[in-house]
Design a protein around this ligand. Structure first.
Ligand code: AHR
Length: 498
């Protein structure tokens, strides 16, 4: 099969906000305890953080990490995690039915973030708490000194303010599973008042208000409209979340699920712009896609885990090769909306539905999904080009006209680089890609990375951590000014030109 693409230096969608390569660490399962933090591990640093995990995170160049939840945050008292450790309470953690020791709190997490060169995106509790806790946490984190909460931070050993720029106003507040679930009006009112005091304490912060938990929620669309009617003038982003699975073992349908992600993004943009129009506002609300991934492998196993232990092995999806392909398609989808998606967080980062896995006292390794995420983060910075693609399509159980080629390109003009990301969804055939590269005629192929595998269910495990790894033997070349490349069936491709 053959596909034609046209890339033109001047046809730009928008500049990539590096924060779309963000991720997420929740106090959930073994993400924090036994994931980033394991004080008696041979690789632990002086604060108890695993250096092997730090190295794997640094390799991903993660620009921002959302913390501390997730569902967890809706029952969290942030004050439990500050001050002398021996005084911190052990709490019943109701979202994931675990015990929270509070050994790690805001200050320790900020320390870890520095070690991996990332920013913190802080979520506040709008489930059980409200405006008072919201203003206090901003004062504790961002006020330099001279007030109760800022001086308390200093007394805890953190002289400099944490300068946390981006904040989530709660988490998935429409969900019946959420502690303190609210109607759109209840939440919208509360979020607006919380936003007012938070920005009064620190006007430089940015705020993301909760959208729907997922697009199957009965109020999807209406929720966004109502919440934004209340909060439009006070917030900067609306959150979007989605997860996909291949429960039916239907690869064609599974790989098409990024088209659903695309629809969600378009719907939320349209809704935000509808409220903008109604309010005659000059301001544009952008998207923080702060939870996205494949999530389904662990759901049955999780039901069997007994409640009330510290760091139970929850949500430990072991990712397959096919999952990496969908993650690749989802990354391309986010890039194609670079003009409006300004933050995105792969949920999550370590052990919990994560690209990085750890063994207690032992190894850390890269799951299959690590690779497309790493490639996009490393090479997908610059301007997204509006690729014109003429591709064959197929129909699947839930989708019509699924493009066999999912692709986009990012141009980094400062460094004279052009990178094409491409997934071939075809189950039988390789694709011959032919692309005009207008404005890049003097560029040469630097590398053609391919992630492919005969076994769709292949995984990376502790015993076999390099089972699914990319190679750079792709055959992309420029012939008569046209980029030509064979994209193997069911493969993730990164074609780098300079
Ligand atoms: O990422 C796992 C969970 O998924 C989060 O806690 C919640 O926000 C979402 O439902």
């Amino acid at each position: 099969k053959k596909v034609k693409m046209i890339l033109d230096k001047d046809f730009k969608i928008g500049k990539v906000d590096d924060r779309i390569y963000g991720s997420f660490i929740e106090h959930l399962g073994r993400a924090v305890y036994g994931g980033i933090y394991e004080p008696d591990h041979p690789e632990a640093d002086e604060m108890g953080f695993r250096k092997d995990v730090i190295e794997l995170v640094k390799e991903l160049k993660v620009p921002i990490v959302r913390y501390p939840g997730g569902n967890f945050v809706s029952g969290y008292n942030w004050e439990d995690g500050i001050g002398p450790r021996e005084l911190r309470p052990k709490r019943l953690e109701l979202a994931w039915r675990s015990i929270e020791t509070n050994e790690i709190g805001i200050n320790e997490f900020v320390e870890w973030a520095k070690r991996v060169n990332t920013e913190v995106m802080m979520a506040i509790n709008l489930g059980t708490r409200g405006i008072d806790a919201a203003r206090n946490i901003v004062e504790y984190c961002n006020m330099p000194e001279g007030t109760y909460w800022s001086d308390l931070r200093k007394s805890h050993g953190y002289r400099e303010p944490h300068k946390i720029k981006v904040w989530n106003l709660g988490n998935e507040m429409d969900g019946p599973w959420q502690i303190g679930q609210k109607t759109a009006d209840e939440y919208g009112r509360l979020a607006k008042e919380a936003a007012k005091v938070m920005k009064a304490v620190d006007p430089s912060i940015e705020l993301a208000v909760c959208g729907s938990s997922n697009s199957s929620m009965p109020t999807f669309g209406q929720w966004e409209a109502t919440v934004l009617e209340h909060t439009y003038d006070y917030v900067d982003y609306i959150s979007v979340h989605t997860y996909y699975g291949n429960e039916e073992n239907d690869i064609g349908n599974f790989l098409a699920k990024s088209l659903d992600m695309d629809e969600i993004i378009k719907t939320v943009i349209a809704t935000a712009d509808y409220v903008k129009g109604k309010k005659r506002s000059k301001k544009t609300i952008n998207i923080s896609f702060d939870e996205w991934n494949v999530w389904y492998h662990s759901r049955e196993a999780d039901k069997k885990i007994a409640p009330w232990s510290v760091a139970p092995p929850l949500l430990e999806d072991i990712y397959t090769f096919e999952d990496a392909l969908l993650v690749g398609c989802m990354l391309i989808t986010l890039l194609k909306h670079a003009d409006r998606v300004k933050i995105a967080c792969l949920a999550q980062l370590v052990n919990v539905i994560a690209p990085i896995m750890t063994e207690k006292g032992g190894k850390a390794w890269r799951q299959t999904i690590y690779y497309p995420y790493r490639h996009a983060s490393l090479y997908g910075r610059g301007y997204v080009l509006n690729a014109v693609i003429d591709t064959p399509t197929y129909n699947s159980k839930d989708f019509c006209d699924v493009p066999i080629l999912e692709s986009t390109a990012v141009a980094d003009e400062n460094n004279n680089k052009l990178t094409i990301f491409a997934v071939n969804r075809d189950q039988q055939d390789s694709l011959l890609l032919e692309s005009e590269i207008r404005g890049f005629e003097d560029y040469r192929v630097v590398e053609h990375i391919v992630l492919e595998n005969e076994n769709l269910k292949a995984t990376n495990t502790k015993e076999n951590p390099f089972n699914v790894v990319p190679h750079n033997d792709g055959n992309a070349m420029i012939e008569d000014g046209v980029l030509k490349a064979i994209l193997p069936k069911l493969s993730w491709n990164v074609i780098r030109l300079a």
